[in-house]
Design a protein around this ligand. Structure first.
Ligand SMILES: NC(=O)c1ccc[n+]([C@@H]2O[C@H](COP(=O)([O-])OP(=O)(O)OC[C@H]3O[C@@H](n4cnc5c(N)ncnc54)[C@H](O)[C@@H]3O)[C@@H](O)[C@H]2O)c1
Length: 283
């Protein structure tokens, strides 16, 4: 682990924020502040963490004492000023550039000078967020995957002005929490979303050609060794989230990222996947 990083502030206790808090606290010596705007949201976040840890204890992968110790290293709070005590910030608030910029300007004013300021954004430019601060060399993308406690890879995204020292310290930190840092440059969609969205989009186009979703998924599982079919994955991600990413990528790279019309039609119908009980499959 990086000796300079001891205390981490995770901004947001939502799906990603609580998973990130859990994962960092589980790695050992780190102390985690999990910050959100309301007590009730923090309680929900903590509940999700307890549920997730419960699954590990049930499988015998963790003792109840270890689970308790992890929880004791997480301090939920609505006090944003705790970032003053942090060596690293991982921001996981909603995907809204104006909101992220406002938040990073506050971090710029409050964080200690040595603190690394990371964002978990899936699609916004790290360079734009960094440019809103007076220390863009300390701003970096730390893109965890959902569900965070399970997924191994973390994209580490260097903005145009991110320093090599910040990249190295972030890589060391990611390794210290048992994850695999995957370096990506700050172009829209980084590596993961850029490649995955084209693959998923092509699967929807194959359905429009007349292929049943089950066959498309079965084909990719058994002929390409994918752990899950692309349409089941799309249902998991949410058609709304996928469509938003496609539109951002199309804006940046052109029509090769044009979303399949069926995705937009299903979005309009509210068939967003698992979260609405209906997508390419029924839930
Ligand atoms: N959900 C995913 O699968 C996924 C995967 C990778 C990356 N991401 C990215 O992670 C980020 C968070 O996504 P999510 O799915 O966890 O969102 P979410 O809506 O579940 O959680 C966001 C949380 O941030 C809180 N929040 C809002 N403003 C805040 C502020 N100023 N300070 C502190 N907390 C604040 C909200 O109350 C909410 O609890 C986004 O940038 C998203 O693009 C999401």
């Amino acid at each position: 682990m990086d000796p300079k990083i001891r205390t981490v502030a995770v901004l947001g206790a939502g799906i990603m924020g609580n998973g990130i808090s859990q994962t960092i606290a589980a790695a050992g010596p780190y102390l985690v502040y999990m910050v959100d705007v309301a007590q009730a949201i923090l309680e929900q976040g903590l509940e999700s963490i307890k549920k997730s840890l419960g699954r590990f204890t049930k499988k015998g992968e963790m003792t109840p004492e270890e689970s308790e110790a992890i929880i004791s290293r997480i301090t939920p709070t609505t006090d944003f000023e705790v970032v003053q005590e942090s060596d690293l910030v991982v921001e996981a608030i909603p995907e809204d550039l104006a909101l992220k910029i406002e938040t990073f300007q506050k971090l710029n004013d409050l964080c200690p000078t040595h603190a690394i300021m990371g964002t978990n954004t899936s699609s916004l430019p790290i360079t734009s967020i960094a440019a809103a601060t007076e220390r863009p060399d300390m701003v970096i993308g730390i893109h965890f995957m959902n569900p965070v406690p399970v997924m191994k890879g973390v994209e580490v995204i260097k903005g145009l002005m991110t320093s090599p020292e910040t990249v190295q310290a972030t890589v060391n930190f990611v390794e210290s929490i048992g994850k695999i840092p995957c370096l990506a440059l700050d172009y829209a969609g980084f590596i993961n979303s850029r490649l995955l969205s084209i693959y998923i989009n092509e699967a929807v186009l194959a359905v429009m050609d007349g292929n049943p979703p089950e066959e498309v998924d079965k084909g990719m599982i058994h002929t390409a060794n994918m752990p899950m079919g692309p349409l089941k994955l799309l249902d998991l991600i949410g058609l709304d989230v996928h469509l938003k990413i496609m539109d951002i990528l199309r804006n940046e790279y052109g029509d090769r990222f044009l979303a399949a019309p069926l995705t937009r039609q299903m979005f309009r119908a509210g068939h967003l996947g698992r979260k609405t009980g209906r997508g390419f499959y029924q839930y």
